[in-house]
Design a protein around this ligand. Sequence first.
Ligand SMILES: [Zn+2]
Ligand SMILES: [Zn+2]
Length: 275
Amino acid sequence: MSNLPMEVLVMLGQTIEKVVPVTIVLALVFTVLTHFWACNSAAPWWRKRELVTDIAYWFFVPVFARVFRIGLMVLGAGVVFNIHDADELIAFYDNGHGPLAELPLWLQAMLFLLASDFMLYWLHRMFHGGGFWKYHAVHHSSEDLEWISAARFHPVNLLIGTISVDVILLMAGISPNIMLWVGPFTTFHSAFVHANLNWTLGPFRYVLATPVFHRWHHTGLEEGGNTNFAGTFPLWDILFGTFRMPDGRLPENYGKDDAAMPREIGGQLAYPFRQ
Ligand SMILES: [Zn+2]
Ligand SMILES: [Zn+2]
């Protein structure tokens, strides 16, 4: 018999254990970088508004992501492949399956990054419209945009976003072992694009999403919002006409004006359901 509450506690402990050292490294890196290359003259990140809210998401999101990922993997294998047995399930995901799993691991990682980024681009555009915006508005509520704001996502946004896309690609056969590289890259890169840095990476601005690129995405409509939806590769914005990085200008004002948006995590999690 399994002891579910105990398992959840252990999972929580393991996740926090992994998150703490990564957080310390990121804090050190971005403290130094933003000291020399700040995009906006702001107080240091540890004095940003709603720091406690961001820290709460920072630890809460990886736990939710893990639970959602495992849940969707079990559900997907059962519904699509009729796999219900625990051992079969482990074997199914162990090292990928089908033609994709035959490719070298680095190529699977590249394919995963490209394919997931393409899907996430369109999901991100979907979240900017209609009935989905209220969930994504939580991510856009940071007025002091810092690396630590990167995890501020509503669980619904997380589930119908990163997690579902990850699981679709794992179900397509890509080996979960790619996460060994993809995971750290994604963590670092998402903190990087939210950091208060004036980096555009010059000509590479078209290749990889940069802090200036993503900070433009966080500006209001009048300043250029509703552009730069890509998470990793600006290629999608170039192809579909949503790329925006004005020459000689830096983004300045972040957050969407919504007086009804609570400032603490509990209120923000309930916010979409009250709309
Ligand atoms: Zn957005
Ligand atoms: Zn963002």
